[in-house]
Design a protein around this ligand. Sequence first.
Ligand SMILES: C[S@@+](CC[C@H](N)C(=O)[O-])C[C@H]1O[C@@H](n2cnc3c(N)ncnc32)[C@H](O)[C@@H]1O
Length: 215
Amino acid sequence: MMIYPEQVACSFEMPPRISPLTDACHHVGLKTDKTWKLEVKYINAVKGCGVFAIGSFSKGDFIVEYRGDLISDGEAQKRRRIYHPACSGFLFAFKLRGKTWCIDASREDGSFGRLVNDDHRHPNCRMKRIDIAGSTHLCLFALKDIKEGEEIAYNYGGEDYPWRKQMTTCEPDTPCVSSQSVLMSEPQWDEAAWLEDTGQQVIHVHHLIFTSSVF
Ligand SMILES: C[S@@+](CC[C@H](N)C(=O)[O-])C[C@H]1O[C@@H](n2cnc3c(N)ncnc32)[C@H](O)[C@@H]1O
């Protein structure tokens, strides 16, 4: 078969950038993470593990789903009473049409989203709610370009997380000196504040037909 030079050149063309929402729906649907672009690493005794970029991301990119069970506030409170405090840290509460809901990601299912840490000062991601054919999912999207090696982090919201008040001298993979012990509390996501912040954070996808863009 004859291969013409222009055909060869064509095969090296960059594919068009997939829309972040299409990308998110793809991973939500298949329950997959971007294992070729993200890795989980142990950081230190205070933070535990975190998720790091092993490839670069562009502003707006879908990063990872905060995968877990969607439960009512009542069920979340029940679980909070019986869970070990370390597990309560995986209950992510959010408001939806005036009602509180929760994604419970306490089950160690190997997914990456549950291991993303808080950074309220310089987050590189933000959480958005995506409704796909009537089911609600929480996904992280890049707030800025993210370089290889950077820790993925978002603002958990709220103000009183113990680690934010701590004076620590922690460096990755070094022993850590902490001024107080870590208490666990669940992240809160305030829908109203979020809407104020971005003007567009809730994305409805009906039967996988996308009705709005992410940014
Ligand atoms: C959703 S989990 C994140 C994954 C967690 N680092 C782990 O290894 O399991 C939330 C918990 O991580 C810890 N965490 C999150 N962000 C932190 C931060 N900036 N500094 C210290 N600990 C943090 C807190 O213990 C919190 O309850």
